[in-house]
Design a protein around this ligand. Structure first.
Ligand code: ZN
Ligand code: ZN
Length: 684
């Protein structure tokens, strides 16, 4: 293994060098081209001719390939037809082979596109003489993941075709009260439904697959991803009772969707089957890294496909979109495997039970934990619905290698002594409803924490979750547990590359244009600086935001307006029905409580028949505030008298006045702003 790694690194270093050399050559050529500008006109003609020629070649090639398969288009179509038979009530999964997509419809689309492009070139030539090619531009539109960690989604659009990359969710921050998850606003995709030809997914983390079931409700398109990712998606869609056209892709596969030639290449991350994805488009190749880090000793044994990345860079990449999560961190992110030793050490030291919490989707970490349990003769019991799910799917698909004898059911826990047990659970982020938090608060049905337990939190808090995690740790310690976290031991490493990893990626891909993605604003900016430091011109690097439209030709990239984008809140079964106003109300209620003013008015005279009665909740302790509350009643009475004498009878006006008067009064007295809810009843 070691010698293999040596070779691997030697080769990668050489590749990097080679690519850098190539880049130098390219820039030289670019400079030459600039000098030779007067000849541009000739170059243009040549180029147009070349475009048409390439188009023709494609056409011929496709025809040949049809001939080559020895079957007519109809036969190919019917073959596909049979594989496409809708599975009833169940999601269907197919293995995507490159040729499987060369069906009738798509071919027709491509040929049409070629013909249209040709025609356009013919008709538009006189008008656009001396201008650039009349081909459509490639549009790249991030709908999520910019200026935030979470809900990743990027749109690639060329002509009438859209391919969507990732459909993730974000977990709500603390101030989004009652919100379960946040998903991207995909209005743009709903408005362009017919254009969406495919959804490609880089890997199975929630911030990349979590909103897919919501997207598929609105947009019907086939989904492409590697085996484990498809497995995880399948589970989610079944839960949501949604059918999907799911297709398994193998890293290294390349297939055509309309004008796009799409390829997957393996990257290292904290989940197996993670990929970067490239799009060969008529204007050039665009590479999206997905989440990645360079890991020379990956736990799942599969190294990064540096060869493919370098090859792409060697042939020329128009634009790169790359993970910026750790762009502010110096150095390189250590390999997942550095945790192995420290996990073993912790397990060896523990005298009682071990409770290990991590992300449900961190399959690599789960594998390491189980390996450590096995090494020290402990049985493993898995808790938390999502983790049980992931373990099941990952085992079925061969990504998690664990013997049956290692795992036990919760009912069997009592059969083993504490030092023979490891409990795996969710809740590493302090989420109140997840396993670890319930154990910490004593509300878990099967596991009660007691002195002697060792709790290992093998994750670092996502920004915003620090308080929740801290609270959980406090509670665990109060119950007598020994808590190990990344603060006092090496039990977690990031799945995202730090600055040196990012530099290596940029050096390998050598893109003409660079768009940092997957990060908060400062991370994107830091990634931008880094790229500029590596020689990418300043005006070739773009820090955008969700909804930014980037338009690319084979030689230019610029921001061209915006489309609708933003967060959509999911609360229970409601998607998007909770907007900012509702959130503001919830925040006000949770901060300062509520005051209700009930008044009964006589129907015709508008005289006060009863009240005002003032009731409050979550505002003040009423028994200690009787004076203030009777003062409030007086104010309302005075206000009602005044309005009656002024002849004010509009209820809405009466309500507004009550709200204003009481709002001012309570703020003077308490410096709080409770929600004030006047209720007027009519009596005869
Ligand atoms: Zn990820
Ligand atoms: Zn991610």
């Amino acid at each position: 293994m070691r010698s293999f790694n040596g070779l691997y690194f030697f080769l990668s270093c050489n590749l990097i060098k080679e690519v850098i050399l190539v880049k130098e050559k390219t820039s030289h050529t670019a400079a030459e081209a600039k000098e030779a500008q007067p000849a541009a006109k000739t170059a243009k003609t040549v180029k147009t001719a070349k475009t048409v020629k390439t188009a023709k070649t494609t056409e011929t090639k496709r025809r040949t390939s049809r001939k080559g398969t020895g079957s007519s288009g109809r036969a190919a179509g019917s073959r596909r037809g049979s594989t496409r038979k809708p599975a009833q009530g169940k999601t269907q999964r197919r293995t995507a082979k490159p040729h499987a997509h060369q069906n009738h419809k798509e071919e027709a689309v491509v040929e049409n596109a070629v013909v249209t492009a040709g025609k356009e070139a013919e008709t538009r030539q006189p008008r656009t003489r001396g201008r650039k090619s009349s081909r459509p531009k490639l549009r790249i539109i991030p709908l999520g993941g910019l200026g935030e960690i979470g809900k990743n989604m990027t749109v690639f659009e060329y002509g009438d075709e859209i391919v969507v990359l990732d459909a993730g969710l974000a977990f709500p921050e603390e101030d989004l009260l009652g919100i379960d998850i946040v998903i991207p606003d995909f209005t743009y995709l709903i408005e362009n439904k017919e254009k969406v030809k495919a959804i490609v997914i880089t890997h199975g983390h929630e911030d990349h697959i979590g909103s897919l079931s919501y997207l598929l409700r609105e947009v019907n398109a086939p989904v492409y991803a590697t085996k484990l990712t498809i497995g995880l998606i399948e589970g989610k869609l079944e839960e949501a009772h949604i059918k999907g056209d799911l297709n398994v892709v193998h890293p290294g596969d390349e297939f055509r969707i309309g004008a796009f030639k799409i390829g997957f290449f393996h990257v290292c991350h904290s989940i197996p089957g993670a990929c970067g994805i490239y799009f060969r488009t008529p204007v050039g190749t665009v590479v999206h890294t997905g989440d990645f880090k360079f890991d020379n000793n990956p736990v799942d044994g599969e190294p990064m496909d540096i060869y493919k990345i370098a090859e792409l860079g060697h042939k020329g990449v128009l634009a790169l979109l790359a993970d910026s999560t750790n762009a502010t961190r110096p150095g390189s992110t250590p390999s997942e495997s550095v945790i192995v030793d420290s996990l073993h050490e912790q397990v060896a030291k523990a005298r009682g039970r071990i409770i290990l919490a991590t992300f449900a989707s961190n399959v690599s970490r789960i594998q390491m934990a189980m390996d450590a349990a096995m090494a020290f003769d402990r049985k493993v019991c898995v808790f938390g619905r999502s983790m049980v799910n992931v373990v099941k799917i990952a085992r079925e698909l061969g990504y998690l290698k664990v013997p049956d004898s290692l795992l036990i059911d919760p009912e069997e826990l009592s059969r083993y002594s504490d030092n023979r047990l490891m409990i795996l659970t969710t809740g590493s982020q302090g989420e109140p409803m997840a396993g670890l938090s319930r154990m910490a608060t004593g509300s878990h049905r099967q596991v009660q924490i007691h002195a002697g337990d060792t709790v290992i939190i093998s994750a670092s808090p996502i920004p915003g979750n620090e308080i929740g995690v801290g609270r959980t740790i406090d509670a665990l310690m109060k119950l007598g547990a020994h808590v190990v976290s990344s603060e006092n031991a090496k039990v977690h490493v990031s799945g995202h590359g730090a600055r040196e990893d990012l530099k290596a990626m940029l050096a390998l891909v050598k893109p003409k244009f660079f768009i940092p993605v997957h990060g908060e604003y400062r991370m994107l900016c830091s990634h931008k600086e880094l790229a500029i430091g590596l020689g990418i011109p300043k005006d070739h690097v773009f820090v955008g935001e969700n909804g930014s439209v980037f338009e690319l030709t084979n030689r230019s990239c610029h921001e061209a307006g915006k489309v609708t984008a933003g967060p959509v809140y999911v609360d229970g079964l409601g998607v998007g029905d909770v907007g900012n106003i509702v959130i503001r109300d919830r925040q006000q209620l949770s901060n300062d409580g509520m005051v209700i003013v009930v008044i009964a008015l006589e129907k015709n005279s508008n005289q006060v028949a009863a009240g005002p009665d003032i009731v409050s909740r979550g505002f003040v302790y009423v028994r200690d505030s009787e004076d203030m509350m009777s003062g409030a009643t007086d104010r309302v009475e005075m206000l009602l008298d005044r309005m009656a004498s002024e002849g004010v009878t509009e209820w809405s006006q009466i309500k507004t006045q009550i709200r204003d008067t009481l709002g001012r009064y309570f703020y003077e007295k308490t410096k709080r702003r409770p929600m004030i809810l006047p209720i007027i009843q009519e009596v005869r």
